[in-house]
Design a protein around this ligand. Structure first.
Ligand SMILES: NC(=O)c1ccc[n+]([C@@H]2O[C@H](COP(=O)([O-])OP(=O)(O)OC[C@H]3O[C@@H](n4cnc5c(N)ncnc54)[C@H](OP(=O)(O)O)[C@@H]3O)[C@@H](O)[C@H]2O)c1
Length: 219
């Protein structure tokens, strides 16, 4: 399998969990963060070595053909408008949930009325990008360990079919998850409804952030 050039914007729990696994799979990683000399960024550098780039979003965006949005939800819109040109034409995987200030579901147990995804913003500002929605419906703990007593959790995602879809499925599989495509980007609300189900079970019912994931049964 050939090595991919991946830019991850955000090196928090989600970005760093994905990046660690993809670096191990042999891909070339560039992280774009606010503060490349933060303790968090330095810990990542120590883990992954000098071959991983950690810098500003502008620098990191020059180094990837695939861009993963894994930054704080409130920063996403500004980032998309500022770097629209660099995002255009790329494969973009939106893993960010754009909770309004003080409205994280884990704190309020209420879903905001505004969308958590950024597909509409990306389509406006980077119209030639191939946009996917994935990795936003589970916690980082599920991504770190997607094995449930020998059963591989499913990752529901959406986005266009074709070559880019095969790449996205490869990246999902390398995290240890089984990709389940729900359709094109018009199915984005269905993907985000998986987050609602997850939140109800893991957070409201208290089953725990590491303990809930989904598997489709078919026959
Ligand atoms: N945590 C989870 O389990 C989980 C699950 C599903 C989805 N998500 C979503 O994934 C996204 C990331 O969450 P997280 O918990 O991993 O991270 P987080 O703690 O929200 O950290 C955000 C990351 O974004 C960077 N960042 C913030 N503002 C930025 C800006 N203006 N430009 C560039 N980078 C910026 C930060 O850089 P610095 O380190 O330099 O400050 C940091 O690396 C969020 O949208 C969240 O809703 C999280």
């Amino acid at each position: 399998m050939s090595s991919l050039r991946i830019t991850i914007l955000g090196a928090g729990p989600i970005g760093s969990t994905l990046g660690r696994k993809w670096a191990k799979a042999g891909h070339r990683l560039a992280f774009g963060v606010q503060n490349p000399s933060s303790e968090r960024a330095q810990a990542l550098r120590q883990d992954l070595g000098e071959q991983v780039f950690i810098g500003s979003p502008a620098e990191a965006l020059t180094k990837g053909d695939i861009v993963v949005l894994a930054l704080a939800g409130q920063a996403v819109e500004g980032l998309i408008t500022t770097y629209a040109q660099q995002l255009d034409g790329k494969i973009i995987i939106d893993a960010a949930n754009r909770y309004p200030p003080d409205q994280k579901f884990s704190q309020t147990h209420q879903w905001p009325t505004t969308p958590l995804y950024s597909a509409h913003l990306l389509q406006t500002h980077a119209p030639h990008a191939q946009v996917y929605r994935a990795f936003n419906t589970y916690s980082w703990q599920n991504l770190a360990d997607p094995d449930y007593q020998g059963i591989q959790a499913d990752m529901f995602y959406c986005g266009p079919d074709g070559d880019a879809m095969a790449t996205v499925e490869q990246l999902i599989a390398e995290i240890g998850l089984q990709p389940v495509r729900l359709g094109d980007l018009d199915q984005i609300d269905v993907v985000d409804s998986v987050l609602r189900l997850w939140g109800t079970l893991a957070i409201v019912q208290g089953k725990g952030r590491d303990n809930v994931a989904f598997k489709v049964l078919t026959r």
